[in-house]
Design a protein around this ligand. Structure first.
Ligand SMILES: Nc1ncnc2c1ncn2[C@@H]1O[C@H](COP(=O)(O)OP(=O)(O)OP(=O)(O)O)[C@@H](O)[C@H]1O
Ligand SMILES: [Mg+2]
Length: 136
């Protein structure tokens, strides 16, 4: 069944000029981009996106990082889009991410891991309106 997922190219990806190559990988996998916006993430958005991590040791540095420069927020559609994107992104820690995955090929460290992808359909439905309120 066709579904949607939220993908955010994090500030390190934008700074390093990786956006085109990363978006190309998602297109090559057969996904269709339905929304794209370059923006500076505000505190309401980062707090909502990472609410599940509030209170963890890395929470403050995670927010500082997400606010460190512009991101590219995107929404993608396709059969099994959520799981497909997670597979293309690879493990959270780039040191453990398989070669051929986005984090395996481009990621430098767990706290600069290039890209975010929704971890479930439910997460996608929660995350998309944080960045694209009113998207059809
Ligand atoms: N142990 C850790 N130390 C430092 N940063 C961490 C750690 N665990 C997670 N993070 C950071 O918090 C983000 C969110 O963690 P989460 O467990 O949701 O991983 P993820 O789902 O693979 O990543 P994301 O939600 O960004 O797609 C990670 O992408 C990473 O940048
Ligand atoms: Mg996550």
């Amino acid at each position: 069944m066709s579904e949607r997922t939220f993908v955010m190219l994090k500030p390190d990806a934008v700074r390093r000029g990786l956006a085109g190559r990363i978006l190309q990988r998602l297109e090559d996998a057969g996904l269709r981009m339905v929304a794209k916006q370059r923006l500076d993430v505000n505190e309401a958005q980062s707090g909502a996106l990472y609410a599940e991590h509030e209170g963890k040791l890395f929470y403050d540095s995670l927010l500082t990082y997400v606010h460190s420069g512009p991101v590219i927020a995107t929404v993608w559609e396709g059969p099994g889009a959520v799981a497909l994107v997670r597979k293309l992104i690879g493990a959270t820690n780039p040191a453990e991410a398989a070669p051929g995955t986005i984090r395996g090929d481009f990621g430098l460290a767990i706290d600069e891991n290039v890209v975010h992808g929704s971890d479930s359909v439910q997460s996608a439905e929660r995350e998309i309106p944080i960045f694209f309120p009113g998207l059809d």
